[in-house]
Design a protein around this ligand. Structure first.
Ligand SMILES: *Cc1c(COP(=O)(O)O)cnc(C)c1O
Length: 235
């Protein structure tokens, strides 16, 4: 099997899973975007996935991503795709991230918001962001604790350099994903009262995308199920 055939087969299976999960709860598969998490995989894999119709890719390390985005553009100069940052960003990397990311999906503090806004000033359009929610409040694992989310959203909404698009979350280890995504669903419904344009809910990965879709995810981030196991540990 060629790599292209392998990716094509994986993509077919992932799309089937998304479709079945949507049907199970009466949602339309068109309302759930598929984000291919290409971290640790080469730009050539992103190129093949783009040939197969995918248009959104995610990375979790600035250095790896900035090189991959350039390489992808050389491999597929005609392709129009979007790149998302889904990893922790140090404030001193804000400028670099802003140079390649179309959306920053892991904004979790006022300090990082300010660094990104500064780095994004002078852009034609504001930088799209998602607020990363810490479902269990564990400060070690990134994400904004739920009690601080409204304040962070207000802060981002006041920035002309940032555009608040929604939220992102990872189900905490040791918590049933469906319970975790239920918490997220409540958080989202409260946030939307004040920020109706924040419609994106990025939740669900290879192992728990069904649970996330059942709880309102509009964007699943899939690595392993599309690309296979990662040989390198990814922080
Ligand atoms: C790696 C990663 C994913 C993809 O995880 P898989 O289990 O391989 O599908 C999703 N979201 C984030 C934030 C990641 O870092």
């Amino acid at each position: 099997m060629t790599r292209r055939e392998e990716l094509s087969e994986n993509l077919r299976e992932v799309r089937e899973r998304v479709k079945a999960a949507c049907e199970a709860v009466g949602r339309s598969p068109e309302d759930v975007e598929l984000l291919a998490v290409t971290k640790t995989f080469p730009a050539s894999d992103a190129a093949l996935l783009s040939d197969l119709g995918l248009v959104a890719f995610a990375e979790n390390r600035d250095q790896e991503a900035s090189a991959k985005v350039v390489e992808f553009a050389e491999l597929r100069p005609e392709a129009s795709v979007r790149w998302h940052m889904v990893g922790n960003v140090q404030r001193n990397k804000a400028r670099s991230v802003v140079s390649w990311a179309d959306r920053m999906d892991t904004l979790d503090s006022v300090r990082l918001a300010d660094a990104l806004a500064k780095a994004a000033s002078g852009r034609e359009r504001p930088l799209e962001v998602l607020l990363q929610v810490s479902i269990d409040g564990d400060p070690a694992r990134g994400g904004c604790p739920v009690p601080e989310l409204a304040g962070l959203a207000e802060h981002v909404a006041r920035s002309s350099e940032l555009a608040l698009r929604g939220v992102m979350a990872v189900a905490p280890l040791g918590m049933n994903p469906r319970d975790a995504f239920s918490v997220l669903e409540e958080v989202v419904s409260r946030l939307r009262r004040d920020h109706p344009a924040a419609t994106v809910v990025s939740a669900g990965m290879s192992g728990d995308l069904e649970d996330a879709i059942a709880r309102g995810s509009t964007c699943v981030r899939v690595g392993t199920a599309l690309l296979g196991g990662r040989r390198l540990a990814s922080p």
